[in-house]
Design a protein around this ligand. Structure first.
Ligand code: HEM
Length: 222
């Protein structure tokens, strides 16, 4: 009986449930709390945008490979690509020489490696990483966008990363994305593996935030 109920739960819903604890820990991480509490300078936010450049570089590189995968191709959205947006943001936040100045943290390198390796093995792994970042940016990321606008008066370069102009209504896009998750041809075991990889993706983000927290003392707002 219980199994029947579990089977009927849409995957998008169980995925959200499986990642709830990790989401809470990501929100509560020291770096995120300091950022959203308005305790950091703009340079403190820039450190996160720099790490995103390497993380999205990995995801969008595997997106290209997924275009020919029978399952993965449903989760390739050109309108979501963040790398061009991040390039514009970093040119503004770091300066014209940004490409030669930015470095990934060790946790970011581990995260990017995991994205590439997992996705090469398996489309479900790609989807887990894709879901964790893009759905988060479209939903909760907007909280950070409002912070950047309010705190640093940014409303253009610097916050392009959070602008998803190509997707139409964000709630409608998220609903469509959940439908895709529910329709993916995965049995219960594979759904479990996708959920586990999504939790691992959250952990990778938390590890990056933890490393950012180590140096955030340099970026305390006065
Ligand atoms: C302080 C930081 C964060 C805040 C304030 C925040 C807030 C939110 C909010 C308000 C939602 C929408 C919930 C709803 O639809 O009812 C959401 C969804 C989501 N967030 Fe976050 N979030 C944060 C950090 C993160 C991080 C670091 C990640 C992962 C890297 C993440 C991943 C997600 C995902 C995947 C969803 C979509 C859940 C679903 O609908 O299945 N969030 N977040």
């Amino acid at each position: 009986m219980t199994e029947l109920v579990l089977d009927q739960t849409p995957f998008s819903k169980s995925l959200r449930g499986s990642t709830r604890d990790a989401h809470e820990r990501a929100e509560q991480s020291r770096y995120m709390k300091a950022l959203l509490g308005g305790e950091l300078t703009l340079a403190g936010y820039t450190q996160l945008a720099i790490q995103y450049y390497f993380i999205y570089g990995a995801i969008e590189q595997v997106s290209d490979a997924m275009a020919s995968d029978p399952v993965g191709r449903d989760f390739v959205f050109d309108e979501l690509r963040r790398l061009p947006k991040l390039a514009e943001d970093l040119a503004f936040l770091v300066g014209p020489g940004w490409r030669s100045e930015i470095r990934p943290l060790p946790a970011t390198e581990d995260y990017a490696r995991r994205i590439v390796q997992t996705s090469q093995e398996w489309a479900g792994g790609y989807v887990a990483h894709h879901y964790t970042r893009y759905l988060g940016d479209i939903a909760g990321g907007q909280v950070i966008r409002r912070l950047l606008t309010r705190q640093y008066r940014l409303d253009g370069p610097g916050v392009f990363f959070y602008q998803f102009d190509g997707i139409g209504s964000a709630p409608a896009f998220r609903a469509r994305y959940r439908d895709l998750l529910d329709a993916a041809p995965w049995d219960e075991a594979e759904r479990g593996r996708v959920a586990d990889e999504a939790v691992a993706a959250f952990e990778c983000n938390i590890a990056v935030f933890d490393e950012l927290a180590e140096t955030m003392g340099r970026y305390r707002a006065a």
